[in-house]
Design a protein around this ligand. Structure first.
Ligand code: GLP
Length: 244
């Protein structure tokens, strides 16, 4: 628990950089990281870029898997998670282009795309570190309320509260927000990652944070499934724990 999202983000980014630096990657065994979008991880990305520019971290042997992408939103759309990730992170650091993985929301056969993604994650054996965010209803990636513990990468219908929350990025227009998305599942994250760290910042996350912390693992609040992982941690600020 940190005083501010800024302070927490620096700590999280420094931790990630230290883990990458401590790892001894090879071509066949790179450091594999899971990454989120959203406003919460923005400062983590900013700090990682700063560390890269100072020569304190190197991403040339890091493979990334993003959590989710809107269905049928082209990568050229500034609200797509492709666009977000390149603009806010990948364009500023030295990932090899072939090491960046993001679900293709334009895939004609989305089922095949989800299966391909799930299989590719598994092909690495494990994700060394999974950084996540949380939605106001406790969703992880786009695993909305109702998502099962054993869920895998799939297409999901977004719930009204998510569409409303994310409409702020679409000029406040609910109609412009895609109604479904491709997302890794709860199992994809929890059963393939050595370590999971979820950042939860701001007053708007109070309900999600308190319910995640106090309830038994339940599909009603997917964040609660973090409790079923042996090495998961939530990093929050006081705003999130105190609420309005
Ligand atoms: C979206 C994303 C999630 C993210 C959540 C929170 O719904 N699909 O992966 O965690 O937003 O976003 P923010 O950090 O902007 O509140």
């Amino acid at each position: 628990l940190y005083n501010s999202a800024e302070e927490a983000s620096v700590k999280v980014a420094d931790t990630i950089a230290a883990k990458i630096n401590a790892f001894n990657p090879t071509e066949s065994k790179p450091f594999v990281i899971g990454l989120p979008t959203g406003s919460s991880p923005l400062k983590v990305y900013a700090r990682l870029i700063e560390l890269y520019k100072q020569g304190k971290v190197d991403f040339s042997n890091v493979v990334s898997f993003n959590m989710d992408e809107y269905y049928q939103l082209p990568p050229s759309n500034p609200e797509s998670y492709h666009y977000f990730m390149y603009t806010n992170f990948f364009n500023h650091v030295n990932f090899k282009p072939e090491n960046i993985n993001i679900l293709n929301g334009l895939a004609e056969d989305w089922e095949k795309e989800c299966q391909r993604y799930e299989a590719k994650i598994k092909s690495y054996g494990k994700i060394n570190f999974f950084l996540g965010g949380m939605g106001p209803e406790g969703h992880i990636a786009f695993n909305e309320s109702g998502s099962k513990r054993d869920s895998k990468t799939r297409r999901i219908k977004l719930v009204d509260s998510t569409i409303k929350a994310n409409s702020r990025f679409f000029g406040g227009d609910l109609n412009k927000v895609p109604k479904s998305a491709l997302t890794v599942g709860i199992s994809t994250v929890l059963d393939n990652s050595e370590e999971v760290l979820v950042v939860v910042f701001g007053k708007g996350k109070n309900w999600a944070l308190l319910n995640t912390l106090t309830r038994k693992p339940t599909s009603a609040v997917p964040g609660t499934f973090l409790k079923t992982h042996p090495n998961s941690i939530i990093v929050a600020d006081y705003d999130a724990i105190e609420g309005e």
